[in-house]
Ligand binder design. Structure first.
Ligand SMILES: [Zn+2]
Length: 593
C-alpha cells in the first residue's frame, strides 16, 4: 500500500502574512523527486505564478539538508538516490485579499491549495493528509476552520467539524479544490434537498444570517432539482469574506470562495432585496451552478487540468456564459426576485454586450480561447477589441433556451440540454468535445438549431434578441443616454478630475484625437470636473463642434470635437401588453417553477 502525502500548515507569523508549510513524503522518487506549484487556479484563466510567493525553501532527509535543483519558476527537484522519508519546509507569503490566492493577518487566514501545497509529481493520485494547525501564539484567539475539505476520520488527530486538526483529500486534484478559511467567522447551516450546507462569513458585517439562509436554500434546491437528485456533493460550504468594497467569486467542487461588500449582505428588517443583495445572491447562485457546470461537466481540454501552463478551450461561453444565464434565472424561478427585476437584470446584460464594438470583432469562441491574454488582462482598448464570454455567452444561452421552448411548444428547453450534459459528461467524467454543444443542441432541437447555435458562437453578427423575446411576449426597446449627444467615451473620476477610461472606435472623441488616459480640463472654456460632463453636454446637438482641452501626461492639448448622436445602446425589457396565451404559457415555463 502506498503511503499518503502529508502536509502541515500553520499561520506562523500572521502579522508578516506567513504560512509555514511542511510536506512529508515516505518514498520520494529515487530518480529525484520533482515538486511543483500550479501556475494558475482552475476557474480563473490567467497565469498567476503562485510560486513567486514562496520565500524560503529547504528539504531534509536522514537528518541532513538536501541540495535542491530548480528547473523553472514553479518546479523544484530533490537529489536522486534518496531511499527514506523526506521533509520539505517552505514559507508562503499570503497578502492578496482575493478569492484566488491566500491572505493572512491577525484577523483571519484564507488559502487555496494552489497557493500553498506543492505537488509531489508522479504521486498525485495518492491520498493527501493535511494537518491544519492553530495560528502560532494565538491559540486562545477563538479561531475556527471552515472548509469543505473532509475531516480525516479514523486518523489520529482527525479534525472535528470547524476545528483545527487533520483533514484528508483522496488526491492532489481534490486537495487544491477545497479552499480553507480560518478565523472568527459567523456561521449558518441549512439543508438543501437533504444535503448539509454552511455559510461562513469573515470580516466585519451585520448580516442577517436567517434571511440569507431563507434566500439561499430555495436557490440551491432549485439547482439540485434542475440537474436531478441526488446532488453530486455530500456537503457544501459558502466561504464569504465581507469587506468595504470588493466583489468576486471562485467555484469549487463542494464550496465557493466569495468576496463581497458588507453593504450587499442582508440586514435585519430588510424588505425586498436591493440591488447589492440581488447581485450577491446572483453571485452565490452563479458559483453554486458551477458545482455541476465546469467542476464536473468540463471541457475535454480540462480533463485533466495541466496546471503548469495555459489550457485552451473555445468553450468558456458554455461554461461561464450558460452559468451566468442560470445565475439570475434561478433567482426568479425560486421566487427570490420578481419577473420585472429579472427583466431589468437581463436588460443590463444586453446593454453591457452592446456598449463596446468588440462584439463585432471577436466571437465568444475566440474570446474563450484567448481568455488568458485578453479577457483576464483587459486594458483601455478592450471594449473595442473583445467580447465577454460571460455576458454574450449568457445571451446565447437565453436565445437557445427560448428557441428550444418556442419550437417544441414548451416541451423542451435548455434545462434538458444541461441535464444531458450532466448525465453524459458530469456523471462519467468524460470531457465535452470542442464542438460537443452544437451536436447536443442539434440532437435536442434539430439540425437547424445546431447550425444556428454555431453561427452565434463562432460569428460576430448581432444576436436576434428582439424576435425571440417576442415569442415570450417580452419587448426589447433601445434607449440613448439622457444628453442626446455623446463623445464616445467611458470616463472615470480621477480625484476631482475626469479621465478617459476608454475611447470607443468610431466615436467623436477618437475622431478628434482624444485618447484613453487623457484628463479632461475644459469644454468650450468651462472647467470639466469628475461630475459635470453630462451637464456641459446637455442642450448640445449632434454635429455641433466643441473645444476640449485635456492633459495627456503633463502636456496640455486642444481638440475640436464634432458631437455625435448618443448611440441607442441601452436595452429596456418589458412585458408586452395583451399578448397571446401561448406566449404567456411559454414565458411561465421559462420563468416560473
Ligand atoms: Zn463563473
Amino acid at each position: 500500500m502506498t503511503s499518503p502525502i502529508r502536509y502541515t500548515i500553520q499561520a506562523v507569523h500572521p502579522a508578516a502574512h506567513l504560512f509555514e508549510v511542511s510536506l512529508h513524503l515516505d518514498d520520494p522518487d529515487p530518480a529525484g523527486q520533482v515538486l511543483s506549484l500550479p501556475a494558475w487556479i482552475p476557474g480563473s484563466y490567467m497565469i498567476r505564478e503562485f510560486a513567486r510567493n514562496i520565500v524560503r525553501f529547504s528539504a531534509m532527509a536522514g537528518g541532513r539538508t538536501l541540495k535542491v535543483r530548480r528547473h523553472d519558476k514553479h518546479t523544484w527537484q530533490l537529489p536522486a538516490g534518496i531511499n527514506g522519508p523526506v521533509t520539505v519546509n517552505y514559507t508562503v507569503y499570503a497578502w492578496d485579499l482575493s478569492v484566488r490566492t491566500a491572505h493572512l493577518d491577525q484577523t483571519h487566514g484564507f488559502f487555496n491549495g494552489t497557493s500553498v501545497f506543492l505537488c509531489a509529481r508522479g504521486r498525485e493520485g495518492r491520498a493527501h493528509l493535511v494537518d491544519i494547525r492553530p495560528p502560532a501564539g494565538m491559540e486562545d484567539a477563538g479561531w475556527r476552520v471552515a472548509t469543505s475539505l473532509p475531516e480525516a476520520e479514523g486518523e489520529d488527530g482527525a479534525a472535528e467539524r470547524y476545528g483545527f486538526g487533520l483533514y484528508r483529500a483522496p488526491d492532489y486534484d481534490a486537495l487544491i479544490d477545497h479552499p480553507v478559511e480560518m478565523g472568527r467567522f459567523s456561521l449558518a447551516e441549512f439543508d438543501a434537498c437533504g444535503v448539509p450546507h454552511a455559510v461562513a462569513i469573515t470580516g466585519r458585517h451585520d448580516c442577517d444570517l436567517r434571511r440569507l439562509v431563507d434566500d439561499l436554500k430555495p436557490i440551491c434546491e432549485a439547482q439540485i432539482r434542475l440537474f436531478g437528485e441526488p446532488a453530486p456533493m455530500d456537503r457544501y460550504v459558502f466561504l464569504v469574506m465581507a469587506v468595504g468594497e470588493g466583489y468576486g467569486g471562485l467555484e469549487h467542487r463542494a464550496s465557493t470562495a466569495l468576496l463581497c461588500s458588507r453593504a450587499d449582505l442582508p440586514y435585519v428588517g430588510m424588505d425586498a432585496p436591493g440591488e447589492g443583495y440581488r447581485q450577491f445572491l446572483g453571485l452565490c447562485s452563479h458559483e453554486y451552478f458551477h458545482t455541476w457546470n465546469v467542476k464536473r461537466i468540463k471541457p475535454a481540454a480540462f480533463v485533466p487540468y495541466d496546471l503548469s501552463q495555459e489550457n485552451y478551450t473555445r468553450l468558456l461561453w458554455a461554461f461561464e456564459g450558460f452559468t451566468s444565464y442560470y445565475d439570475d434565472l434561478m433567482l426568479v424561478r425560486s421566487g427570490r426576485i420578481s419577473v420585472a427585476d429579472y427583466l431589468g437584470l437581463l436588460g443590463k446584460t444586453i446593454t453591457q454586450v452592446h456598449k463596446g464594438s468588440g462584439r463585432r470583432k471577436q466571437s465568444v469562441a475566440e474570446s474563450s480561447f484567448d481568455a488568458w491574454t485578453k479577457y483576464y488582462r483587459q486594458d483601455e482598448n478592450s471594449p473595442n477589441a473583445i467580447v465577454s464570454y460571460y455576458t454574450k455567452g449568457s445571451l446565447v444561452a437565453l436565445l437557445l433556451d427560448l428557441r428550444l421552448r418556442a419550437e417544441s411548444s414548451g416541451a423542451r428547453s435548455l434545462d434538458d440540454l444541461m441535464r444531458a450534459l450532466w448525465v453524459r459528461h458530469g456523471q462519467t467524467g468524460l470531457g465535452v468535445a470542442e464542438d460537443g454543444l452544437f451536436a447536443l443542441a442539434a440532437e435536442i432541437g434539430g439540425a437547424e438549431t445546431g447550425h444556428w447555435l454555431r453561427a452565434m458562437v463562432e460569428g460576430t453578427d448581432e444576436l436576434p434578441l428582439e424576435s425571440w423575446l417576442k415569442r415570450v411576449d417580452v419587448n426589447l426597446a433601445w434607449e440613448a443616454s439622457a444628453t442626446g449627444v455623446g463623445l464616445g467615451v467611458r470616463t472615470a473620476a480621477d480625484g476631482d478630475a475626469l479621465r478617459l477610461a476608454n475611447v470607443f472606435d468610431g466615436g467623436a472623441a477618437q475622431a478628434a484625437g482624444l485618447s484613453a488616459g487623457d484628463v479632461l480640463v475644459a469644454l468650450d472654456g468651462l472647467k470639466v470636473n469628475s461630475g459635470n460632463l453630462d451637464k456641459l453636454l446637455t442642450r448640445r446637438l449632434p454635429g455641433e463642434e466643441v473645444e476640449i482641452h485635456a492633459f495627456r501626461r503633463d502636456e496640455l492639448m486642444r481638440f475640436e470635437v464634432i458631437l455625435q448622436e448618443a448611440p441607442r445602446d441601452t436595452a429596456k425589457l418589458s412585458l408586452a401588453e395583451g399578448g397571446s396565451p401561448a406566449h404567456r404559457a411559454l414565458r411561465a415555463g421559462w420563468l416560473e417553477r
